[in-house]
Design a protein around this ligand. Structure first.
Ligand SMILES: Cc1ncc(COP(=O)(O)O)c(C=O)c1O
Length: 382
């Protein structure tokens, strides 16, 4: 049997990894400024992460939510404490898309409505409800159609108000910082408008922090830069440093009922051990603060490169916007300089999502390598 060939891959086969480096089968070292789609938060093969998972594997690797498991409650407690959402509740699942599905269900259970407002260029996953609110018809199959979805232009408060005023909107979903669709930071003003309008028109405010959360932007959640408090917050990616985990942080006004949500694997012992060790390392190594500090330095360095038109984003979630297509630059970065970076739906953007452990030497190394492969000559008008 062959694999179902749906992924365009980089010409690299990885064998092992440590910190912010990954190594191929010939032991060539690559600088990882992508973290495998923003997943590596505490660095590859962190000793505490390995120890936590190994210990758990020896104790009990799996049992379902049919039995008590203290570490599961401790993960919720610690996440509440570190994120500033102590009073919220946590539902654990296995991926980002699943977190979105559950958030949409919760919203709909809560107010009985079904129309969802999402935004242009947004990405929320590939399962049925998640893909129906993702602004990309190419990844929607006919079976995903049928939901009542309105995709609006970001920042258009007037249109948002008009849409919500009809009274039939179940939820408004926005990424804390947009990732896949091209890095875009919603204005504080727009996020505040969403918060206020949702409260006024009894719609649920869902913030998708699957990519932008867990310290990546220099605060635990990207929306915290704007001082808003969503009703539901979806998380995944950096949450367990590569172990497949997703979750929804749920405002106390949502009352749980047995059987309302459920999953076989969500919140299993190994997943909880991974989650707990990520939270522990984030706290002890002050990685949220590191993301803010090193992110600022990285942005400054990038802004001094003439070929880059603009640098967008916050902390360690940055988009480097060039004048033209970035394919050649990215290939040269991998093949000549051994640096992994990401792309987005914008053909002229390189997306950087490095581990939150990167430091000034890693940034200097990256900048030196990037400078070697970007077009030289006439500076781009900024
Ligand atoms: C903002 C956002 N939401 C949801 C998802 C879907 O997550 P997953 O691939 O874990 O289903 C992604 C994945 O890239 C994402 O970036």
């Amino acid at each position: 049997m062959e694999l179902f060939d749906v992924y365009k891959m980089l010409p690299v086969e990885l064998a092992y990894a440590k910190g912010y480096h990954v190594y191929d089968t010939q032991s060539n070292e690559y600088l990882d400024f992508y973290g495998g789609h923003a997943v590596i938060s505490i660095g590859h093969s962190h000793v505490k992460y390995i120890a936590a998972l190994t210990k758990q594997l020896h104790e009990i690797s799996y049992y379902s939510n049919a039995v008590e498991f203290k570490l599961r409650n401790e993960v919720a407690q610690k996440l509440g404490e570190l994120s500033g959402y102590d009073e919220y509740q946590l539902f654990l699942c296995n991926s980002g898309a699943e977190a979105i599905e559950n958030a949409l269900k919760l919203a709909s259970f809560q107010n009985g409505k079904k129309k969802i407002v999402a935004f242009k260029g947004g990405f929320h996953g590939r399962t049925s409800a998640a893909v129906s609110i993702t602004d990309n018809p190419k990844i929607q199959a006919p079976v995903n159609e049928g939901g009542e979805v309105v995709i609006l232009e970001s920042e258009n408060i007037e249109l948002l108000e008009k849409t919500l005023a009809a009274g039939d909107v179940c939820a408004v979903v926005i990424e804390g910082i947009r990732g896949v669709g091209g890095i875009y930071v919603p204005s504080n003003f727009f996020l505040k408008a969403i918060e206020e309008l949702c409260a006024k028109h009894e719609a649920v405010f869902i913030c998708d922090e699957i990519q932008s959360g867990y310290g990546r932007t220099g605060k635990f959640f990207a929306h915290q830069h704007a001082g808003v408090k969503p009703d539901l917050i979806t998380v995944a990616k950096g949450m367990a440093n590569g172990f497949p985990v997703g979750g929804v942080l749920i405002h106390p006004k949502f009352k749980p009922k047995y059987g309302m949500l459920g999953t076989t694997f969500g919140g299993n012992p190994l997943a909880c051990a991974a989650c707990m060790s990520v939270l522990d390392v984030l706290e002890k190594e002050e990685l949220v603060e590191n993301a803010a500090k090193v992110g600022t330095y990285l942005k400054e360095q990038l802004e001094s490169i003439p070929a880059i038109k603009t640098v967008v984003g916050e902390g360690l979630m940055l988009g480097l916007v060039f004048e033209g297509d970035v394919k050649d630059i990215q290939h040269a970065l991998v093949e000549e300089e051994r640096v992994l970076t990401g792309s987005s739906s914008r053909p002229n953007e390189i997306r950087l999502l490095p581990p939150l452990t990167i430091d000034v030497p890693a940034v200097d190394d990256f900048i030196a390598k990037l400078k070697k492969v970007v077009p030289q000559g006439v500076p781009v008008e900024k």
